[in-house]
Design a protein around this ligand. Structure first.
Ligand SMILES: *[C@@H]1O[C@H](CO)[C@@H](O)[C@H](O)[C@H]1NC(C)=O
Ligand SMILES: *[C@@H]1O[C@H](CO)[C@@H](O)[C@H](O)[C@H]1NC(C)=O
Ligand SMILES: *[C@@H]1O[C@H](CO)[C@@H](O)[C@H](O)[C@H]1NC(C)=O
Length: 254
């Protein structure tokens, strides 16, 4: 799985939601100049809990944000077409559905983690603007929240994410920036950590994993996990059999 996919989904969403020319205060994180508004600081604060619990996730969220910020910084045209605050919040919160706390406020039984993550991010913003009214005008906006949700929920749809976005991202990250980000937020355990998280989700919320790529983790590693009858393949087969009974003489051109 290519984890940089989220970068383009959120870039797309950020571009659509952009107010060109918006200038934000900035700070330096891992050597990269990034937007530094209160909502971004508080989004970072929200995921601080994962630094202890799931450090591979914490680092992944930061790398996701910073890789894209480095790409934007290196290209004025791109930078001016992206809402950097929107992008920061979206990328920092894009995997809340990986939360492995047993009583996670983000993880549901029924929805796949991408949906849990999108809903959690939107809910966090909605609550946030109630307390921080100066952000409400901009963020309490249905179209903006939908874009936030879409950018996060579509993050693993590999065939969708590339639309309109230059690909691949890696050559567009200046090498010094890449090394600086990797030094601050090392990428040494992401795949193993993901394997553990995805297996955990398949075990603890199987319904939310059937018919998604997490199903493979359940099938391989979770005793008793059984997606049969739950997949689109099964749905189509059952439908075709029922249809044959009802309309036996119908043909491809009927
Ligand atoms: C900057 O980004 C724009 C939009 O993606 C792209 O068309 C252009 O080629 C980029 N410029 C450079 C120098 O990479
Ligand atoms: C992935 O996780 C499963 C379940 O914990 C484990 O059995 C397996 O060895 C892991 N795979 C790798 C390649 O680490
Ligand atoms: C299907 O075609 C057969 C043979 O022409 C016919 O006997 C039968 O009544 C048809 N069935 C339906 C449901 O139309």
């Amino acid at each position: 799985m290519k984890f940089s996919g989220v970068l383009s989904a959120l870039t797309l969403a950020g571009a659509v939601a952009a107010k060109p020319g918006t200038k934000y205060p900035t700070t330096i994180v891992a050597g990269i100049e990034v937007v530094d508004t209160q909502i971004v600081r508080d989004a970072r604060e929200l995921i601080e809990v994962f630094n202890d619990l799931q450090p591979y996730l914490y680092k992944h969220l930061h790398r996701t944000w910073l890789f894209a910020a480095a790409i934007f910084n290196a290209n004025e045209t791109l930078k001016n077409s992206i809402d950097l605050e929107f992008h920061a919040v979206g990328s920092l919160l894009h995997d809340l559905g990986w939360d492995m706390r047993p009583n996670s406020p983000y993880v549901t039984q029924l929805d796949r983690f991408e949906v849990d993550s999108g809903v959690a991010a939107v809910n966090w913003v909605k609550e946030y603007v109630k307390e921080n009214k100066c952000f409400a005008k901009k963020w309490n906006n249905v179209a903006r929240l939908e874009k936030l949700y879409d950018g996060i929920a579509l993050q693993t749809e590999q065939s969708i994410r590339r639309f309109g976005i230059p690909w691949p991202p890696r050559p567009r990250i200046p090498e010094d920036d890449y090394q600086s980000i990797i030094a601050a937020y090392p990428n040494d355990y992401l795949f193993r950590g993901s394997n553990i998280t995805f297996t955990y989700l398949a075990a603890t919320k199987p319904t939310g994993t059937y018919n998604t790529f997490l199903q493979d983790f359940g099938v391989h590693y979770v005793p008793g996990y059984d997606p049969s009858g739950k997949t689109f393949f099964d749905l189509i087969q059952e439908g075709a059999e029922g249809e044959t009974k009802l309309h036996p003489n119908a043909t491809l051109t009927s």
